[in-house]
Design a protein around this ligand. Sequence first.
Ligand code: ASP
Length: 344
Amino acid sequence: MNSDNSVLLIFTGGTIGMTSDPETGALRPADFESVEKLMPELKDMGIHIAGVPLLPLVDSSDISPKVWERIALTIEEHYDSYDGFVVLHGTDTMSYSASALSFMLTGLAKPVIFTGSQIPIGVLRTDAKENLITAIEIASAKKGGKAVVPEVCIYFEDKLFRANRTTKQTSEHFSAFKSFNYPPLAEVGVHIKFLHHNIMKVPENAKLHVRTKTDRNIAILKIFPGITEKTVNGILNIDGLKAVILETFGAGNAPRGEWFYQALKNATEKGIIIVNKSQCSAGSVEMGLYETSLNLLNAGVISGYDATTEALVAKLMYLLGENGNREKVKTQMAKSLCGEMTIG
Ligand code: ASP
């Protein structure tokens, strides 16, 4: 590591930079300068570090695709000037935003590492310092002049994950994220151990193309024993709806009732894309394995394989925004575009 290495910090908000409101005691985003002031260590890293706050800083519950677009455009603007990018973001919706960026930054050949913390940086027991310092080291890591991790990732506690494979799994422990269906890209202890065979290889001539259009006309329908026809139809008949993530049981199973089948079939015939996502965190949808998923196939539901709900939300918004054509979107949904799912 030397001062030839450079990293741009993009600050969107989140607990990492929060302070307590003097009246209510509730945590709210503070300013970017306070993060820099509280981390004098950044100056000693031997890495050229610059920061861009995306104002107003937000709790990540207030994140929207507009912020995803701003992150993507900031990376595009500074792409040639930095070795890598660290995005500071609240943990609550980090997996959604980081997944969205993995689709928007096509042809990416540099690291984009999302991180944050469970305790604000100004609190003695904070997890922010370790997360931020290691994320910067990973974002600046090069081998033979090339980025070691040319992907959008989340770094938290001691693991680096492919972003579009993650889910926030705890609001209590420091290991906030888990990647149930894909192994880590690096494990961190005394050393940063990159697991090269898990990291994406980028073509020699990769060129960044940023695509930021999104379409929010999607919904999530989580089924449960006893769900009513009224609820299912209420969601499937939302005005302007283009796609639904159907959260099913086990390996992608659902009730076999005629009304349920008809409701799904009517929706797909109207042009709504329905993607089958298991409510299990680990494992894949296997349509046709049980009789209880055959109906879904017959109703025109497509498989979400082992992708997370967060990745499916981001992928559908991205594909519908980029290309309204239903058949093209369905074809792309059956492919892994940037390592978000395992097919076969
Ligand atoms: N509510 C916070 C946020 O997502 C939680 C965090 O950052 O950990 O912005």
